[in-house]
Design a protein around this ligand. Sequence first.
Ligand code: UD1
Length: 348
Amino acid sequence: MKILSVVGARPQFVKLAPIAHAMVGRAEHVIVHTGQHYDELMSDVFFRDLGIPAPDVNLEVGSGNHGAQTGAMLAGLESVFDAHRPDWVLVYGDTNSTLAAAIAAVKMHLPVAHLEAGLRSFNRRMPEEHNRVLTDHAADLLLAPTLSAMSHLRAEGLESRSLLVGDVMTDVLYSVRDRVTREGTATPLGLDAGSYMVATIHRPDNTDDPARLAAIISTLAGLPKTVVLFVHPRLRSLAQRHGIALDHGSLRTSPPLPYPELVAAVMQSAGVVTDSGGLQKEAFLLRVPATTIRAETEWTETVDLGWNVLANNVDDIAAAVGRRAPEPTTDEPYGDGHAAERVVTALT
Ligand code: UD1
């Protein structure tokens, strides 16, 4: 059995880690990196820190507009798939790399499995929403992380191809949490535990309009606690282009962190402010309150359980961050930390 994983962007390397480990001794695993993310801190450190074998192929597609980037991946993947003829192509999440791999594979009649299937924001402005809907409808096996993802797939007539496996990000988060707890954890910038918030902003809806970006940054700078902003390259380049200073008031900036350092930083923080899908859920799993600067979330369980508040209106962010601590919960809507084993069993 030969399984070929296609990844390209930072959150996909995190999801790949538990899958790559679970593949050992059970299937031949070929890893293809599209090159969508290429900076050392956006790519290589994840392979190194999470013990993922180096990619067998890197297409080095790089950045570009959606059409150019996705098209370059499609062309590159076709010849890689032809050379390897895998039994399954496994695609992850909702980036342009996901969609390109799904389309390239179905056109070649190669079976496609979609990991993290069935998530929906119902916001058609998000590139991720196009990518995940199109990928789900193209794929042969839909590996869903949650019951709500399963219900979306059912509503779209895809139930017979769907399987609830749990969330592989829970697998990797729990193992890294245990590792950093064992080995001792440093806080970012040497700050005292509990004295700071963690922030990330990278979505086009928050970064591309200079007035909105400036309002978000000035709100974060005005919060009563220190806010450590881990700056995604997209945010860095747009802030520079629009002359928006990031380092002022309560805001302190840092380059993006490797995964174990990020987990350690969140664990010891007073809260998280983000527009990242992964980070709002990681905060919940570490039982740190999150405020999400978006109108909706795919991870609705974090909101239902009180650990995440959506604040799309910039004027609502400060009140959301300052809210009372959520009620403790023992609910595990994202699985038990063994999703990757179920994925490999389903494929093999
Ligand atoms: C992509 C995904 C998004 C995911 C995010 C995680 C799509 C459409 N979007 O968004 O779903 O949440 O990754 O980070 O697939 N850049 C660098 N170095 C890099 C990578 C990017 O400098 O290693 C800069 C480039 O200026 C690039 C910009 O960041 O144009 C955006 O990168 P891109 O991969 O297009 O989208 P992301 O915003 O990272």
